[in-house]
Design a protein around this ligand. Structure first.
Ligand code: SF4
Length: 211
C-alpha cells in the first residue's frame, strides 16, 4: 500500500467532489429510493428521463403502494429489467406504506428488494445519515486498484470490505462518491487522464507508468 495517511492523501478528491450533486436528479428521499432501484444496470441519464412522468403519477410511496404491476410497467418499460423492478418497487411501497417509513439504517435498507449495499450507501450518503459503509460502484471498482488501495476484484462487496479496513471512518461518507466521480471524469477505463488527476502523486498506476 502506498498511502500511510489516507485522510490527507485523498483530501484533494474529497474537496473536489464533496458538494457535487449526485447524477440521479432526485428531489427527496422517496425519489432517490425509487431511482436507485431503477438505475441498476441502466444509465442515470435514462432514469432521470423516465422518472419525470413516473413521479408526476406517483408523488410518494402512498400513491405508489396503491398502484399495480401493470400500471407501473407502463411508466418504466424503457428501463432495463423493468419487469423485476416493477415488482420490487411495488413490494417496497406496499411494505413501507409512507415516505416517513423509509429506513435510515443500512441493514434495513438492504432488506428491501432491489437495494444492495451500494444503493444503501448512496441513500445514507445523500441524506447525510450516519455512514455504515463506502459506496462501491463500477467506477470505484476500476479506480481503487489503480491507486493501489485494493487488489483487482470484480466483486464490489470485497472491495468495500478492504476500503472500510483501510480508510478512516470520518471519510467513508464522501470518499465513495469521490472515487466514483474521479472515475467518471478523469480515471476513465481507457487512457485515464492522469495529468489532470488531483491525487496522481500518490497513485501506483501513475508511478508505474510515468516515472
Ligand atoms: S493518477 Fe491516473 S490512474 Fe491514478 S487515479 Fe488518477 S487518473 Fe486514475
Amino acid at each position: 500500500m502506498l498511502f500511510n495517511n489516507w485522510k490527507e492523501n485523498l483530501e484533494p478528491i474529497i474537496k473536489k467532489y464533496k458538494s457535487k450533486k449526485h447524477p440521479l436528479l432526485y428531489q427527496n428521499l422517496y425519489q432517490l429510493l425509487i431511482m436507485v432501484i431503477l438505475s441498476a444496470q441502466d444509465s442515470d441519464t435514462n432514469i432521470n428521463k423516465v422518472t419525470i412522468p413516473f413521479f408526476k403519477k406517483y408523488p410518494d410511496i402512498d400513491s405508489l403502494s396503491k398502484s399495480s404491476i401493470e400500471e407501473i410497467t407502463t411508466y418504466i418499460s424503457k428501463v432495463k429489467n423493468f419487469k423485476s423492478k416493477a415488482n420490487w418497487i411495488l413490494e417496497t411501497a406496499t411494505i413501507l406504506k409512507s415516505n416517513e417509513n423509509i429506513p435510515n439504517k443500512l441493514k434495513d435498507l438492504i432488506n428491501l428488494k432491489g437495494i444492495g449495499r451500494k444503493s444503501a450507501n448512496v441513500i445514507l450518503r445523500e441524506n447525510k445519515m450516519q455512514a455504515e459503509g463506502i459506496i462501491v460502484d463500477l467506477h470505484v471498482i476500476r479506480v481503487v486498484p489503480r491507486i493501489g488501495l485494493t487488489p483487482k476484484y470484480k466483486n464490489g462487496n470485497k472491495i468495500e470490505k478492504i476500503l472500510m479496513q483501510e480508510l478512516p471512518y470520518e471519510i467513508w461518507n464522501d470518499i465513495g462518491m469521490a472515487f466514483s466521480f474521479l472515475g467518471r471524469e478523469i480515471c476513465r477505463p481507457i487512457n485515464p487522464k492522469c495529468n489532470l488527476c488531483p491525487i496522481n502523486i500518490d497513485c501506483e498506476y501513475y508511478k508505474n507508468n510515468n516515472h
